[in-house]
Design a protein around this ligand. Sequence first.
Ligand SMILES: Nc1nc2c(c(=O)[nH]1)N[C@H]1C(S)=C(S)[C@@H](COP(=O)(O)O)O[C@H]1N2
Ligand SMILES: [Mo]
Length: 256
Amino acid sequence: MKHEHAMERRRFLKGTVGAASLVALSGCDNLTQSSWFPGILGKAERLTEAVQRAVTPRDALAKEYREADISKIFPANGNTDPGTERYAEHVAQNFSEWTLEVVGLVQTPRSWSLAALKELPSRTQITRHDCVEGWTAIGKWTGVPVGDLMHHVEPLPNARYAVFRCADVDDEGITYYESIAVADCYHPQTILAYELNDRPLDVPHGAPLRLRFERQLGYKQAKYVMKIQLVESLVGIGGGKGGYWEDQGYEWYAGI
Ligand SMILES: Nc1nc2c(c(=O)[nH]1)N[C@H]1C(S)=C(S)[C@@H](COP(=O)(O)O)O[C@H]1N2
Ligand SMILES: [Mo]
């Protein structure tokens, strides 16, 4: 009986994960153009999250690679320069005035200059980035664990999501943002990176600070991060689906 149950479960998992990866493979353009897609997302997505959490516990580590595995070229994708006057000033000042604010449902809101963040203990990880557009790259990231920042600000009990606010705006004036569960901020590989392959992050890859949330797809890896806002609900933030691409039909739980 026990065995039969396990078989059942395995079949169920296989089917569901298969469907989820098909969705991931179909790429940006197809998704935004098909009108049915956002409609079915709610249910399929909750299923994906539940299944993936069952298969991969929340604290499981993404695979880390060796120096020799680092890709010769790490492509830059999406916005590759925020292009605003203010951002150009930051570039000219070598980001000396850049601050990261952590606000919202926290005991003690705080901000850090880039220099102050670099003085905190750092983590380095060599991981693979997977973009839904069909490319992958292995890079070495160094940054500050987001969990350490959380220990400083102390999230309130009702803080469920951490929203990452970015400096770039698209042609329609929509600002890029992303969100992850506050619980996932404490995962050891969730870092705000300021170095790629031992050099300060360059503009195309999200200077001066970008999120690495290693067990999820490329679009979760928010670049040009200026602010982390802790909230109880995603309603009223952007289009309400938890991220720039999510608002256009992508899954919020983009596990890989
Ligand atoms: N702020 C911001 N973050 C972003 C994007 C973007 O356009 N703006 N694109 C996302 C996508 S789809 C991918 S694949 C990665 C690309 O990161 P890279 O340019 O370092 O390769 O950044 C993600 N984070
Ligand atoms: Mo992507």
